[in-house]
Write a protein that binds this ligand. Structure first.
Ligand code: SAH
Length: 340
């Protein structure tokens, strides 16, 4: 039996054709599973009983199981999801006044091995299928019951989204389509360690999806130490790409920068960072390091964070400092390790 969430709308339409069911039934199915978030085929009342029976024999419509939900006092919830092959992933619901943000995973583990990140420590297991990406959104939506307001999606959970671009593209098609979950691309942000070829594909396929680049260091050499992928994907090339394509981009690139005590958080580093990104319309997301049990890096002092951010601000940059939400339930950046 096929898992229905792995199919794009066009694939489902073709499959309907193959079993002699009218194509518009694909619209109805999408509306039930995605817009209405109702997976029980017996409730799909605008589809004939016979067709519902055929569909129930063809497709598995059950969502993955939530093994555990951790919630902090501010309403951030981390869900631990069990996949069909028993691997586990995490997705996070963040309450931001007045809307919600969903932080979604794209891989089980991560192959990049960034020195500061807990997900990197667990190694890489496999890519998520399109359905495993999309269904995280459905599971998180169920946590909100009748909420109809704005939802942002950040592709910042476990994994490097651009190393799973083919599956992610199908998932994003469903998430953004009016026939599917209908979340506008401008409300979606993808965070990448920087895979240039795939950044280009993403920007062609989804020009309105916002891009965050995990800069994390003031120069190529420190970046290569912290993020080994940077040896294959040189920083200069990525920055050059952002510079030369700035006219086309409808938004400013966000540079994420994990501030690690004594490693990349001094004023000298801040000055280098400002010089490094000159000429690129951008903003900064500074993330004071979230400590993890297995990693020796430390959170910087508030003073150092303030001095770093004040410097960038004084150079005219928009700076957001993200003292992470959900630290006590280990759902903050870099703390997702699939263990609940
Ligand atoms: N692979 C993607 C998305 C993953 S994480 C990427 O590299 O962008 C999202 C953000 O969290 C990244 O900017 C990453 O650098 C940051 N991050 C990872 N570990 C962290 C930690 N322990 N504390 C704070 N931020 C961290």
């Amino acid at each position: 039996m096929k898992w229905i969430y792995d199919l794009s709308f066009d694939q489902l339409k073709e499959e309907m054709n193959a079993v002699n069911i009218k194509k518009f039934v694909a619209d109805q199915i999408f509306s039930w599973i995605y817009a209405k978030n109702i997976q029980d085929t017996t409730q799909w009342t605008n589809i004939s009983k016979i067709n519902r029976q055929i569909l129930a024999n063809l497709y598995d419509t059950t969502l993955n199981t939530i093994l555990k939900i951790n919630e902090d006092q501010k309403g951030t919830k981390k869900i631990l999801v069990e996949l069909q092959d028993k691997h586990k992933i995490e997705a996070v619901l963040i309450k931001e006044q007045p809307h919600y943000t969903f932080c979604i995973s794209t891989q089980v583990g991560c192959p990049l091995k960034c020195k500061f990140c807990a997900t990197g420590r667990m190694g890489f297991k496999r890519n998520l299928s399109p359905g495993e990406i999309v269904s995280q959104v459905l599971l998180l939506k169920k946590q909100l019951q009748d909420y109809k307001g704005k939802i942002n999606i950040v592709l910042m959970g476990m994994g490097e989204p651009l190393l799973n671009y083919d599956n992610l593209k199908i998932a994003l098609g469903i998430i953004t389509s009016d026939k599917g979950i209908a979340i506008a691309p401008r409300h979606i942000c993808l965070s990448t360690a920087g895979i240039l070829k795939e950044i280009m594909r993403l920007e062609t396929d989804f020009p309105k999806i916002k891009l965050s680049f995990s800069l994390n260091a003031p120069d190529a050499s420190l970046r290569e130490q912290l993020m080994p992928i940077s040896r294959k994907e040189p920083l200069e090339k990525i920055l050059e790409y952002f510079r030369t394509t700035k006219e086309k981009r409808k938004f400013r690139v966000t540079f994420e920068y994990v501030l690690i005590k004594g490693v990349n958080d001094s004023l000298v580093h801040a000055k280098k960072v400002a010089a490094l990104v000159r000429g690129i319309p951008c903003k900064f997301n500074l993330i004071p390091y979230n400590e993890c049990d297995t990693i020796r890096f430390k959170t910087p002092d508030k003073q150092a964070v303030d001095a770093f951010s004040d410097y960038l601000y004084s150079k005219g940059y928009t700076v957001i400092v993200r003292w992470s939400k959900g630290k006590e339930i280990k759902s903050a950046c870099g703390q997702l390790a699939g263990e609940g």
